[in-house]
Every structure is written in C-alpha cells, then in structure tokens.
Design a protein around this ligand. Structure first.
Ligand SMILES: [Zn+2]
Length: 369
C-alpha cells in the first residue's frame, strides 16, 4: 500500500442490505478481522479491556436494529460473510461511541481521547477555475488501518461512493447521486460521554449519503442526541456548503467565508468546550494554513492547486499532509491514510491510498441507475 501508484480497492455493494454486507464481508474477511484486532489493541492502550469494549458493543446491536434495521442487516451480512462475530462488527461500527462509553463510569472526568485527525475544506463554485463546488479532506488515522472505497447501489435509496474502513457499513468521505457529499473530522468536547447509548455516528453517515437534499442530511446528524462530538462538512451540487460542529446535545453551524470553508479538530463556534487541541495542538495550525493556501489563489483555484495544498508540509510531521511522528507511541501514530477531493457535480471522489505527497489520486464515480 505504499507505492506511488497504489490505489484503494474499489468494490460494488449491491442488492439488499444483507447481500451488500455479505459481499463486503467475503471480500474483506481478513481486513475486517485485522481492523477488529487493531481497535482492541488501541482500546487496550487507553485502558479499555476487550471484554468491556465487547460488552458495550453488544448493547449497540439492539439499538441499531431498532432505529436502522437496514444498517443492522448490513452489519449482520458483514459478520456472515467474514466469519467475524457480530459483536466485533458492531464494535467497529460504534467505535467512536464505545471509547466514551468505557469511560462514562470512571470516577474522573472523561480525558481527551485521540480520535481521527484530519483537515477538511469546502469550496464554493465561485472560487474555482472550473466554476464547480468541491469538498475534500486529508483523513489522518492509524497508518495501517484497512480501508476501501465502496460503490453502494441501492434500490430504495440513492447510490453513492464512499470511503470506509473494512467492517464499517457507513462511509466517511463520499458523495451520492444527488450530489450530496460529506467529509469528517474528529472533535472532542467536555460534554462527550455523558450519555452512553445513542445512535452511532457511522449509522448517521449512511443516512447522510442516503439523503436526497442537504436538509435531510443535516437532519440525520442533528435530530437525535449523540454520545460524543464530531465535525461533518456537507456540500451539495448546487454549491451550498455547511460545516456542523456536532456536540452531544447541540451543534455549531459554520458557513464559507469568501467562498472557502476549512475545518480541523477544534471547535470554532460558541457552543461547546473544545478539548482536542490539548493533545493535537497542530489542529490550530492546520486549519488556518489550509484556508490561506486555498484563499490565496481564490478565483483561479484549480484541482491541481487543491492537491498542492493537501500536500503541504508546514509544521511537519503534524502538517496538513501528516506523517508518522517518531515522538509518539505506536498506538497513537496517525498519518494521512487517505486524501480525497469530492467533485459534487460530477459525483466523483478522487482519492489517494496514503499521504498525497507520495501517492497518486485515482477517481471513483457513483454508479448511474
Ligand atoms: Zn507528505
């Protein structure tokens, strides 16, 4: 996965939810198992024993069953196809929430947990040379996590293309046939973890990519309370962009300034007490750096310019293009696993299989009905 021409696996998941899960599970059986082992190791590093993580994961199964039966059927398909127990598949799908649940009963206040790094952007059509809107991001996470690009073909919801981790039903960075797209950044607030069981983020991300309108996508994220925080940047093919800093019971809404929206891992709105900059101080450098790189060329910004911005190494190794940091323990390593640029009008994700300074962007397009 390290050569400059290496690319993400691209797999079509079609048929009913259980069939899609079977395809996912059979194709990536070894990768699903490996990801489960990686998260158990990571949980253990943060003091969460495997049995505690499984106990929490088990309780998410009926919650997902009840609120999102198709999602639950797709998880069951992954378990059936891969031979990995359903509880471990549920653990992957609720990995954000489980981290907090495990600390909810601790005597001390939930400490900041390291979560997905990342630097995201949105560009209105008026600032790009092609006159098209784009969103995208560098997704910084465990350097060895197994991921793939899925083309989801559904009869009762829009087709979409999205990046996912092997074993997780809901995509992270993607776009659907209606030109609704999303990117994701880790966010931590002091209110996280006060509630243990709420609909997991990955379930909501599937609903975002099932939406036909921007407001439906926003509703999927905000209508019910959450266990923890996350940042989601949404865009539509009409060129509208909104960034949601989602807290457990509220949210901040950010809009483009001069046609450009950027976000990293700290809360910028007035609600919520931001925590992640305490362990990822580089978030305070990456966000303005990306905004400057994108606004300095405003009006003539090409996709090539955007790629150059995503390859930026100012403040390295914790730069926009993030690399391993030898000062960090192995379980806390994070580097740009995927760099992605989403063309909302062409319904296409261009993505790399590693840091964009070392790997080439390849295109993944939503299937037509
Ligand atoms: Zn780099």
């Amino acid at each position: 996965m390290t050569g400059c021409n290496s690319r993400l696996d691209f797999v079509t998941l079609s048929g009913g939810p259980h069939d899609r899960g079977i395809t996912h599970g059979e194709r990536f059986a070894a990768e699903v198992k490996a990801n489960v082992d990686r998260y158990f190791a990571k949980f253990a590093h943060y003091g969460i024993p495997a049995e505690r993580a499984r106990e929490l994961a088990r309780e998410f199964i009926p919650l997902i069953d009840e609120t999102a039966p198709a999602y639950a059927a797709e998880m069951q398909g992954i378990a059936d196809g891969s031979g990995v127990p359903l509880v471990d598949v549920a653990l992957l799908n609720a990995r954000y929430e489980i981290t907090y649940g495990a600390y909810a009963d601790a005597a001390e206040k939930t400490p900041p947990r390291r979560t997905d790094g990342c630097t995201s952007f949105g560009l209105r059509a008026t600032v790009t040379d092609a006159g098209r809107p784009y969103i995208g991001q560098n997704w910084d996470w465990m350097p060895d996590i197994d991921v793939f690009m899925m083309s989801v073909e559904q009869s009762d919801a829009p087709n979409h293309v999205a990046l996912t981790e092997a074993g997780i039903v809901g995509g992270k960075i993607g776009v659907n046939e209606h030109g609704i797209g999303m990117t994701l950044n880790g966010l931590v607030s002091t209110a996280d973890g006060e509630q243990t069981f709420r609909i997991p983020y990955h379930v909501r991300f599937r609903e975002v990519l099932d939406a036909t309108r921007l407001s439906e996508a926003i509703g999927a994220l905000l209508e019910t309370d959450r266990v923890c925080s996350a940042n989601v940047l949404l865009g539509s093919e009409d060129g509208e962009l909104i960034d949601l800093e989602i807290l457990p019971e509220s949210a901040n809404y950010l809009y483009p300034s001069d046609g450009v929206l950027t976000h990293a891992n700290h809360i910028e709105g007035r609600r919520g007490e931001s925590q992640l900059e305490r362990i990822l101080p580089d978030t305070l450098c990456r966000e303005p750096r990306l905004r400057h790189l994108l606004t300095d060329r405003r009006d003539t910004l090409s996709v090539a310019d955007v790629k150059d911005a995503l390859r930026d190494h100012v403040d390295q190794p914790t730069s926009i293009c993030r690399h391993r940091n030898s000062a960090e323990p192995e379980q806390e390593q994070s580097s740009t696993r995927v760099s992605a640029i989403v063309n909302l009008t062409a319904k296409r994700v261009s993505a790399t299989a590693g840091p964009p300074c070392q790997t080439t962007y390849h295109d993944y397009v939503v299937s037509e009905n």
